[in-house]
Design a protein around this ligand. Sequence first.
Ligand code: NAP
Length: 308
Amino acid sequence: MVEKYPVIILGGGPAGLTAAIYTCRSQLKTLLVDHGLVGGQITLADRVENFPGFPQGINGMELGELVHQQASQFGLETLPAEVTEVVASGDVFTVRTSNGDFRCSALIVALGADHQKLGVPGEEELLGRGVSYCANCDGAFFQGKEVAVVGGGNSAVSDALFLTKMAKKVHVVHRRHQLRAEAILQEQAMASPRIEFVWDSVVERVEGDGVVSGLRTRRVDTGETSLLPLSGVFVAVGSVPATRTLKGVVDLTPQGHIVTGHMMETSRPGIFACGEARQHAVRQAIASAGDGCTAAIAAIRYLQEQTP
Ligand code: NAP
C-alpha cells in the first residue's frame, strides 16, 4: 500500500523548507524528500550575509538547520532518499524514491541545482583527489597549500576568500577580465594578498597522477598555455537545474529549468516548482524562500479547489 500525502515536497533547500512551513501550518500532512543534508546549497556557504534577519551573518549549515527545525516543529516529515521517478496519473502523483514510493495530490518541486562541470580531462578522474566543488567542505585539506578556484561569479569569489583562511595562495582562473561577482566580494578579493587572478583564461586539463599536481590553462586571446603547479582545484562555474526526474512530466526550458507561471504553477495542474530548478529564478536563498512561500500558497489553494 503506497502512502498518500496531500503534499509532497521534493528538495530541502530554502525553497522546499519554506514551502513546508506554509503547508504544515495549513495542517496539510507534508512529506519532504531530500537526498542529502537538508538545507540545500546554502549549507555549503561559510557565511551568509544577505539573508534578512541576521545582521552579523550566519553560517549556511546553521541557517539550513534552523529552517528545517522551524518546518519540523509544525509537523513536517522528512525522508532522506533520492527521487528516482515522478509519475503523473490524472490528479495523483507518484514519487518513486530510493526509500519507497509515495503518492500525493499536490507536488512542490524544489530540487535546486547541481554543480556545473568544466568537462575537461582530469576533472572527473581526480574528483576527491584535489578536485572539489565545495570549498567549505574540502578547504581544510589544503592547509598551507596552493589551490585554484575556477569561475568569476559569487560562488567562485566567496570560495576564494574562504580558502585564503587556509591555503598559502589562491589562483582565481576566470575566462574574462571582469568578475561577475557582486562589488563587495570583488573588493575583498582584490584586497587579499593571498589571491591572484589568472584573467582571460580557461582550463584545458587538471594535471595529476592519482592526486592533483597542477592546472593547465589557456589564454583565450593568445592561445598561450601555462601550467600552474598546485594541489587543489575548486570548480565554481555555476549550476545546472536538477530536474532530470521531471522530464516529460512538466514543461522544461531547453536548459532544463521548469517553466512556471507567476504562482509557481507548472504546465501540469497540481505540480508547482520553486527555487533554482525553475525558470527565471534569481538564485538567491531569500528569493528561493519567497518562491517556496508562493508555491505553497498556490498548492494550498489548488487542494481547496479540488475538495468538493
Ligand atoms: P554564476 O553567477 O552563474 O557564475 C558562474 C561563473 O563561472 C561566471 O563567472 C562564468 O563566467 C563562469 N563560467 C561558467 N561556465 C564556465 C566554464 N565552462 N568555464 C569557465 N568559466 C565558466 O554562478 P555562481 O557563482 O555559482 O552563482 C550562482 C548564483 O548563486 C548567483 O545568482 C549568485 O549570485 C548566487 N550566489 C550568491 C552568493 C552571495 O550572495 N554571497 C554566493 C554564492 C552564490 P562568465 O562571467 O564569463 O559568464
